[in-house]
Ligand binder design. Structure first.
Ligand SMILES: Cc1ncc(COP(=O)(O)O)c(C=O)c1O
Length: 416
């Protein structure tokens, strides 16, 4: 990756030029999510094409469930993973057939009914009670529901920013309770266990370690299937492949991952078992951007603050993860005002939004070469768990635009 004469990294030069063009053509303040649609499709397609043959890649839509994103991915990934009836409906608006996996704790009767109604392929059952509930609903409907048992392993598992397993959490069935669940299954004629599901952690950046984790899942699944006489058609290794927000140049090494995965699977899993992945962040983060115009720059108690149009009510990820989110400055030369243009040069600054809380921080005390009011800050790797996890209406500011960019020419856009 190189830096161009305008100071922008060359891999996002086209998005930067697009923003400059947009600013030149459209009056008013810029605040938008942008999605590079071509890059999204290429990224997902390369991942699907390079996985070992017996693997299937699902997209966990909680990371970003925008219609345009789902429509772009539907022809590429093997299916979608959802966590609510609302998400099931979003997927079915795109396709009546694409396979759906349904996970998450506390599924309601309505959701389980909906899962069967909408033809969900596998329900990831999270507790003994949920198993009974699903069995009763399937019985009423004269069906047998295919399920994977979601297991919370005792571990120890690798350290993670967010851990769903390897320690007490609300997720999955405690590994130690599995014998009781197996005994319970003897009485349930309307659920068919087809394997195990594990989603233990989020944002793993280490490819080699991720293969070892999947290997651990494979070994246990195989042993349990043999011990309890269960069919192992599927093993779901969850999501959790990470994005390195702290150093964009050092991302998860996908080619190392897939080349180490294949021989491990040949050793550890019967050829009849399909390995499922349900990745969210890794699929949609890198090709999404949050762009916001600088509204004000000021010095307060000896520190510089850059205030942008928008903030954490649009893009909550940095505050949720308590990190400084990587961004680039897009220079906007046009300054139509007769009064002075505030600017800082070669300084450290905190990038904040418009909310009335000191927590509205997107980057804390970071180096800035040059920023002026009217420039645009472009937050990178903002395409997953950005808009989707934010508290949009706090303070009733306008929502950002959502622009879906096809190679740099705008194909469609709209507010949300
Ligand atoms: C059950 C389950 N599967 C998949 C995912 C996607 O995880 P990630 O975005 O880390 O790939 C999540 C995220 O929380 C999840 O809870």
């Amino acid at each position: 990756m190189s830096v161009t004469s305008s100071g922008v990294h060359s891999d996002i030069q086209s998005i930067a030029s697009y923003i400059q063009k947009l600013k030149a053509e459209q009056p008013g303040l810029l605040c938008a999510y942008l999605r590079d649609m071509g890059a999204l499709r290429r990224h997902a397609d390369e991942r699907v094409q390079t996985l070992p043959r017996r693997c299937k890649l699902f997209y966990a839509i909680k990371a970003n469930s925008e219609h345009e994103v789902l429509a772009a991915l539907a022809g590429i990934v093997h299916g979608f993973e959802v966590a609510s009836l609302g998400e099931i409906r979003k997927v079915r608006e795109i396709s009546s057939e694409i396979p759906i996996l349904f996970g998450g704790p506390g599924k309601t009767e309505e959701e389980l009914e909906g899962a069967l109604e909408y033809g969900v392929s596998l329900v990831h059952v999270e507790s003994g009670h949920e198993l009974n509930k699903l069995n009763a609903i399937a019985e009423r409907r004269g069906l047998v529901a295919s399920v994977l048992l979601r297991i919370n392993l005792r571990g120890p598992l690798p350290q993670a920013k967010l851990a769903m397993g390897g320690k007490p959490t609300q997720f999955g069935i405690d590994e130690e309770v599995l014998p009781e669940i197996v005994a319970q299954l003897q009485k349930l004629q309307h659920v068919r266990v087809e394997g195990f599901h594990f989603h233990s952690l989020s944002n793993n950046l280490d490819a080699e370690q991720h293969v070892r984790l999947v290997e651990y899942y494979c070994t246990l699944s195989r042993q349990w299937a043999a011990k309890y006489g269960l069919t192992l058609n599927y093993m779901n290794a969850g999501g959790g492949i990470g994005v390195n927000y702290a150093d964009l140049e050092q991302q998860f090494n996908w080619s190392e991952f897939v080349s180490t995965l294949e021989p491990m699977l040949d050793r550890e899993l019967e050829p009849t078992t399909t390995l499922l992945f349900e990745c969210g962040r890794y699929i949609t983060a890198s090709t999404g951007y949050y762009a916001a115009e600088v509204l004000d720059i000021k010095r307060n108690h000896g520190k510089d603050y850059v205030i942008i149009r928008g903030g954490t009510h649009h893009f909550r990820l940095p505050v949720s993860w308590n990190h400084s989110h990587p961004f680039e400055r897009i220079a906007i030369e046009h300054w139509p005002h007769s009064y002075e243009r505030p600017a800082i040069y070669n300084s450290r600054a905190t990038i904040v939004g418009q909310l009335c809380t000191p927590k509205d921080v997107l980057a804390q005390d970071v180096e800035v070469e040059e920023v002026r009011v009217g420039d645009v800050l472009l937050f990178r790797y903002a395409g997953a768990y950005g808009w989707a996890i934010s508290h949009h209406d706090f303070l009733s500011h306008p929502h950002p635009e959502h622009l879906y960019v096809e190679e740099t020419s705008l194909i469609f856009g709209g507010g949300q």
